[in-house]
Design a protein around this ligand. Structure first.
Ligand code: C5P
Length: 241
């Protein structure tokens, strides 16, 4: 048994790695999955969903995989409600909205969630650092304060957790409670290139800081031997849990 935080209990370590399937086609995504039999959780984002739609999500569920549908919904409350309602028949394990849509939008989205699906809020993208937040987005102050404010709003709206950088999980767990899920992209094995991610951490450090789920894309999907990379990541998580 692998325990992340006292509040979230994972039966097997494989449940904690979510592979980001940022590929051009369902064929490419499915062939990647065939090569990583230990993988239990897949993330379908905009790139693949806009091309392949609902059928790919159904195929992944048919393969008994858990699915994070990462569409980052951000619209007026009524439209966000309808969007989540439209997705509710898929039985996804995680779906998400942008916290920047505000409290009412998140509340309405939460109302539309059915079954065991978890709804989480995107705080500040892990590709943004404080300089970009100040100079491009026009948000003054500490990046962590914005993440904390967004996470508090998400919790108030009844969301199950947030997407955040692994650098923010310890603070969020402390402030929001251990049951509030933290799903963290920006994870890079020590030897990997950061690519466009700014606030990154290794898998071992990420779980020690309190990440429940690690979203890992290119380090896995672009690896020469993804199964071997996944084995290494899972080992690192186990050692640090
Ligand atoms: O390839 P890489 O490991 O950087 O992929 C990270 C994945 O997590 C991408 O699919 C990206 O869209 C997603 N993501 C992110 N930052 C967020 C929310 C989602 O990188 N705040």
């Amino acid at each position: 048994m692998s325990r992340g935080n006292p509040g979230v209990c994972f039966v097997i370590v494989e449940e904690r790695v979510i592979a980001a399937l940022d590929m051009k086609s369902a064929e490419e995504a499915l062939s990647f999955l065939d090569g990583v039999p230990r993988l239990r959780f897949a993330k379908v984002g905009m790139q693949l969903f806009y091309r392949e739609g609902l059928s790919l999500v159904r195929e992944l569920k048919d393969r008994d995989l858990r699915v994070f549908l990462d569409l980052k919904i951000h619209d007026i409350p009524n439209t966000a409600f309808g969007a989540v309602q439209s997705l509710s028949t898929l039985g996804c394990d995680i779906i998400n909205v942008h916290c920047a849509g505000g409290l009412e939008m998140m509340r309405r989205a939460r109302e539309a969630v059915t079954g065991d699906t978890k709804l989480i809020g995107v705080t500040i993208l892990t590709s943004l650092d404080e300089q970009a937040l100040h100079e491009e987005i026009g948000l003054a102050g500490d990046l962590q304060d914005h993440v904390l404010r967004y996470a508090s709003l998400a919790q108030k709206a009844g969301l199950h957790g947030v997407v955040c950088s692994p650098w923010e999980t310890a603070l969020l767990k402390q402030q929001m409670g251990v049951d509030f899920l933290t799903v963290t992209p920006g994870v890079r094995p020590r030897t990997d290139d950061a690519q466009d991610q700014k606030r990154i951490m290794t898998p071992g450090d990420a779980v020690r800081h309190g990440s429940d789920y690690l979203v890992i894309g290119r380090p896995l999907t672009q690896a020469a031997d993804p199964a071997e990379v996944l084995d290494g990541i899972l080992r690192e998580i186990e050692v640090n849990s």
